[in-house]
Design a protein around this ligand. Structure first.
Ligand code: BDR
Ligand code: CA
Length: 310
């Protein structure tokens, strides 16, 4: 099988790390060319450090290129309620030996797009880096097989009643990306909620191995919000795009036309999803997961595989 060459654009972030761990478990399918970081869940220095610490803890190397520290137009709006003050509260992590490379995220994306025949961008954060890359080198759009992103919603929100964080945080960047013509796979809030992971599974990770212990500590913190409300499972948002690359058979896709609200007083970052206009579709929306049990079994299995490989 030909390996898919991927770049994570991310703001780690508990669920970003779960996505990365699941991809690291399958180097035969996914070749990680590198990681670009961006201001999102927290400022870029914090999320970059979190990523470098986790890679160090896993004994993995990797190219980490630091990107923008603010959205294109709006001010940053960190989310300590969801991810803690560090952006990755919960686990105890080592001082990082992995260090960012001396190249801006956007330059790194450029270099990778020039060098490789096709790349996939796995976008798990506000789309600032990607928007600047596409605007600066539009001729390289054809080198992008797809942008598979976590963001947006059909009818819900986690920042505003109708806006999801990654789009809300930099709606101007999102508009550029969604209107770019590059193929987009969209994992929105609704599919992430459908694929939520039972807390019993998270609890059972403890003591299974080094990787599972780390995942356990990360997910315990991330699931606190739902545990406090007596909800028995939590969405691990950013995992969905990676699971879709590994197991596309688990998902039903829908071609949709998606537009981004940048100016709305009550709707900043709203994604207007039109599933009746397949003719003008700019997005393949992951509309439904056909087997959530299998999805979560693969999730746990991937952590086990990674544990055996480090
Ligand atoms: C998104 O917001 C971030 O905080 C998460 O990592 C995820 O990418 C969910 O709305
Ligand atoms: Ca994220």
């Amino acid at each position: 099988m030909e390996k898919r060459k991927i770049i994570f654009d991310c703001d780690p972030g508990h669920d970003d790390i779960m996505a990365i761990m699941n991809a690291l478990a399958h180097p035969e399918q996914l070749e990680i060319l590198g990681y670009t970081t961006v201001c999102g869940n927290n400022y870029v220095d914090k999320v970059t450090r979190n990523l470098c610490q986790v890679l160090t803890a896993l004994g993995k190397d990797g190219k980490v290129a630091v990107g923008y520290d603010a959205p294109l137009v709006l001010d940053p709006d960190p989310q300590p309620a969801a991810h803690g003050e560090s952006g990755l509260d919960g686990p105890t992590l080592p001082e990082p030996t992995v260090q960012p490379i001396n190249q801006h995220a956007v330059e790194f994306l450029h270099e990778m797009a020039v060098k490789h025949e096709k790349i996939t961008i796995v976008a798990l954060a506000p789309l600032t880096n990607i928007a600047v890359f596409l605007k600066t080198w539009p001729e390289l759009k054809e080198k992008i097989e797809c942008i598979t992103l976590m963001g947006g919603s059909r009818s819900s929100g986690n920042i505003l009643p109708r806006a999801e964080f990654n789009i809300y945080e930099d709606p101007h960047a999102a508009k550029l990306v969604f209107e770019s013509g590059v193929p987009i796979v969209m994992s929105d809030i609704e599919i992430c909620l459908e694929c939520a992971t039972p807390h019993t599974m998270i609890d059972a990770l403890k003591g299974q191995g080094k990787v599972q212990d780390l995942a356990h500590d990360i997910l315990q913190f991330f699931s606190l919000y739902n545990r406090r409300r007596n909800v028995p499972q939590s969405p691990v948002f950013d995992l969905v795009p990676v699971m879709h690359m590994l197991h596309p058979e688990l998902f039903v896709e829908k071609p949709c036309k998606v537009q981004i609200e940048t100016a709305g007083k009550y709707t900043q970052g709203m994604t207007i999803v039109d599933d009746a206009d397949a003719e003008h579709a700019n997005v393949r929306l992951l509309g439904h997961c056909v087997d959530v049990e299998a999805y979560n079994a693969y999730f746990m299995e991937n952590l086990k595989i990674l544990n055996e490989r480090i």
